[in-house]
Structures are given as C-alpha cells and as structure tokens.
Design a protein around this ligand. Structure first.
Ligand SMILES: Nc1ncnc2c1ncn2[C@@H]1O[C@H](COP(=O)(O)OP(=O)(O)OP(=O)(O)O)[C@@H](O)[C@H]1O
Length: 265
C-alpha cells in the first residue's frame, strides 16, 4: 500500500459512480484499496474520492469495515492492496468513536485542548470554537468527569483547533440525547468559513444520513452503493441492507431543525 501526495492538478484513477467529485478539486483518493488480516477480508476494492470541502457520509451494518476504513485513511494501519493518494497536504481532525481516559491519568480539558497547534487559528477563531461549543466553563475539569455530550464537544473542539482540511467523525453522536444530536449535526453543517473542510462522517443514524447528507457511501466490506440519498434509497443493495429500517422518501432539510446552543442542552 502507498500513501502518496500529489499536486492537486495531477489526476489519479477516477472513481466509478461518483457524482460530486470533480477532478481538479480532489483532496484524497482511495484507489482499489483492500485490507485483509490473514484470510479475513475486512475491506475489498475500495475506490473513494473526497473533494475539497465535501461531506461524505459512510453507513454500513456492524462489522462492515467502517472504522477500518477510517484507520486506513488516518494512516493508522496499512492497506494490503491499493493506494491512498492525498492531493494536498492533509491536516486531519479526528473525533473517535470511543475516547477512554485511563482512570489513573489526570487529563484536564485544557490539557487536551492545549495540545492543538496554536498557530493554526487566531485567538478570536479559537474563542469562537470555545464559545460555540460552550467549553469555557469546562476547561479546568477532568476529562474523566465529563458527560458523553461534554466529551464529544471537547473532542470536536480538539479536532477543529487544528484547522483540519479533512475532519473525520466516527459515530460522533454515540451516547448523545436527541436534542444534542440535532444541535451537533447543525453545528457541523454550518461551520464558519475559516473552519470549512472536507468531512467524512461515519454514522449509524440512517435517517439523519439520508436527510442531511449530500453524498452517502454504503459499505459492507466493499462499497455496495453510493450517491445522493435519493439515488441510494432506490438501489437494491441499499434496500437489501436497510430497506426494512428506511422507507421514507429523501427530503434534504439541513436547516429545518431548531438550533440549540449547547449550554441550553
Ligand atoms: N485487528 C483486528 N483483527 C481481527 N479482526 C478485526 C480487527 N479489527 C477489526 N476486525 C474485524 O473486522 C470487521 C470490521 O471491523 P470494523 O470495526 O471496521 O467494523 P465497523 O463497520 O466499524 O463496525 P461497527 O459498526 O460495529 O463499529 C469486524 O468483523 C471486526 O471484528
């Protein structure tokens, strides 16, 4: 496997079925990527292009290989076959599915947030993140003491403080109550210009994905189908995997929800 960086005008293998990525605006390409452990096939023949500032949602049943895909993109594991090409210098932001702080490790919110590179944002831009994620009153708290929603806000802030050009959110809504979920989806949907970036969102929340996403990839050890939600809902592969859970027609309503500040939640 290779992870290579190419100038943005250099073309790589085109992705089949991609309706939104344009050649010049690519950020990252996975070309025929497979990942096996021994004889166990975790992912096969993955072709994905992610464009600059594009949001891509990944859905799939348990064990489909979603987290494995994230680890491959982050470079935490190496694919058995294929290549991953970054068309620009990548700055990752990553909000993991789980964040376990060992009980014996004192780690305050300010310690975690202090690890971010302060040169990437201005003081005003950092303050915007603290204010909008309601973090100021949490700064001296231990990470271990935070609720699930507070932890997610801190992890999102940690990722954003690095001003990523690719933000990866692995099940960001796990453990959140419905109001906080709505607020967080709205927040990431409406990031200000200085934080605008490509996003890869792994989610089990089928209704949000189909309502709030513009491009969805359905994974089950390989890419079963991908496209706009309205196209995906018609696909027989999607119907086979999710048809019994999802029968509503797609309506894109990214701004239809009430906006809640996190301090109200
Ligand atoms: N290091 C490993 N060794 C062996 N099998 C593994 C390893 N890592 C993952 N797997 C297996 O690979 C499959 C895909 O795992 P992965 O965590 O990527 O799935 P997922 O789609 O993220 O699942 P979930 O929705 O349950 O989080 C699972 O069957 C898992 O048990």
């Amino acid at each position: 496997m290779s992870l290579s960086t190419s100038p943005s005008n250099q073309s790589t293998t085109a992705i089949v079925n991609s309706s939104t990525t344009n050649e010049a605006g690519k950020l990252l390409s996975l070309n025929d990527v497979s990942y096996h452990i021994g004889h166990q096939r975790l992912l096969s023949h993955i072709d994905i292009d992610i464009a600059i500032n594009e949001t891509v949602s990944i859905i799939g049943p348990n064990g489909a290989g979603k987290s494995t895909l994230v680890k491959l993109i982050l470079g935490l594991i190496e694919s058995t076959k294929g290549s991953i090409t970054a068309h620009q210098q990548l700055q990752f932001g990553y909000v993991p599915q789980r964040f376990a702080v060992p009980p014996i490790l004192p780690l305050r919110v300010c310690d975690l947030l202090g690890q971010a590179d302060k040169r990437r944002l201005t003081a005003e831009q950092r303050q915007f993140i603290f204010d909008n994620l309601s973090l100021t009153h949490l700064l001296s708290r231990q990470m271990l003491q935070l609720s699930g929603g507070e932890t997610q806000r801190v992890l999102l802030a940690r990722a954003l403080l690095d001003k990523p050009n690719l933000l990866i959110l692995d099940e960001p809504m796990q453990g959140l109550d419905p109001d906080t979920e709505v607020w967080l989806y709205q927040f990431i949907d409406e990031l200000p210009e200085f934080l605008r970036c490509a996003m890869l969102v792994v989610s089990h929340d089928l209704h949000w994905v189909m309502k709030g996403s513009r491009r969805v990839i359905c994974l089950n050890k390989h890419i079963c189908c991908e496209g706009q939600p309205s196209e995906l809902a018609m696909s027989s592969e999607f119907q086979k995997l999710f048809g019994h859970h999802y029968e509503q027609p797609y309506v894109h309503q990214p701004h239809a929800c009430e906006h809640h500040a996190p301090s109200e939640l």
